[in-house]
Design a protein around this ligand. Structure first.
Ligand code: ZN
Length: 283
């Protein structure tokens, strides 16, 4: 199943994409939130759809797509998880996963504008495979990691490199501005993705392909990441884990290249669709 949320920011309704059509399932589901994922919501929704698809209202294709899941308790990101990106960042491949937070207030819809924050000179892009937690995860073994996953989403982990690396303290400062986390277009449930470690991913700036890789290049794989992160914190249903970006970010160009108003960023992952953000200045 492909879960979507559509409508104005903050007023999104839940839907599903089926055979190219958008169905409005708000008669059955309140939202794709912790309660939904934590109480077997995907299975119940699937059953309900089988019975009610003929009477289920359609949503217009013109409606804005919001992020496909409700704002989670946390976004946990993994840094330097592709060897090429660690190298272009001038950092060693880590011995253990590099883990950092991104503010959940940064989440926006897949095709919303990217707003360059005030005083930013180094706003940069990062295409990433992210996963959505389906079942509370605490001290999870690698062997049971997939039991805790609801599905997968496309994520652009926008990053302000000066805020991230030159303003002291933690990376969170460069990762958390409003609009820095476009998610979607949809969340593919786990059964839709046969092998999450075999997906092409790419990103283009103004039509020029700058990132192109495959999730087979992930250094720490999804089971390792879930086991590692859940040994430090409890992951709740709906939480998002972003698995890291491959090489080709602006910081890695010589000379470095960053986003400016008017640029257009497009990205995609095999099986997870594509998204597009127009770059605008903060006003
Ligand atoms: Zn990232």
């Amino acid at each position: 199943m492909k879960l979507i949320r559509f409508g104005k920011p903050g007023q999104e309704k839940p839907g599903v994409m089926l055979a190219g059509k958008r169905f409005d399932v708000s008669n059955f589901v309140f939202d794709y939130d912790e309660n939904f994922f934590g109480n077997n919501g995907i299975e119940l929704l699937d059953e309900w759809l089988r019975k009610n698809i003929d009477s289920c209202p359609l949503a217009s294709d013109d409606e804005r797509l919001g992020p496909p899941t409700a704002r989670p308790s946390k976004i946990v990101c993994v840094g330097l998880n592709y060897a090429g990106h660690a190298k272009e960042s001038g950092m060693d491949v880590p011995e253990q996963p590099v883990v950092f937070f991104k503010a959940t207030s940064a989440i926006v819809g897949p095709n919303d504008d990217l707003v360059i924050p005030r005083n930013s000179k180094k706003t940069d892009w990062e295409v990433e495979l992210a996963l959505v937690i389906g079942k509370k995860a605490k001290y999870v073994n690698e062997s049971s990691a997939y039991d805790h996953i609801a599905g997968y989403v496309l994520h652009n982990d926008y990053s302000e490199r000066e805020f991230q690396l030159e303003h002291g303290g933690q990376w969170v400062k460069g990762k958390s501005a409003d609009t820095f986390a476009p998610i979607g277009p949809f969340m593919a449930t786990k059964d839709e993705i046969a092998d999450p470690h075999h997906l092409k991913l790419w990103l283009e700036v103004n039509g020029m392909r700058v990132q192109e890789s495959n999730t087979s290049d992930l250094i720490f794989k999804i089971p390792q990441l879930l086991s590692h992160i859940s040994s430090y914190m409890t992951l709740l249903p709906g939480d998002i884990i972003s698995t890291g970006t491959p090489s080709g970010v602006g910081m890695g160009f010589k000379p470095a290249r960053f986003l400016k108003a008017g640029d257009v960023v497009e990205l995609g992952i095999e099986g997870l669709g594509s998204s597009r953000q127009k770059v605008v200045s903060y006003k």
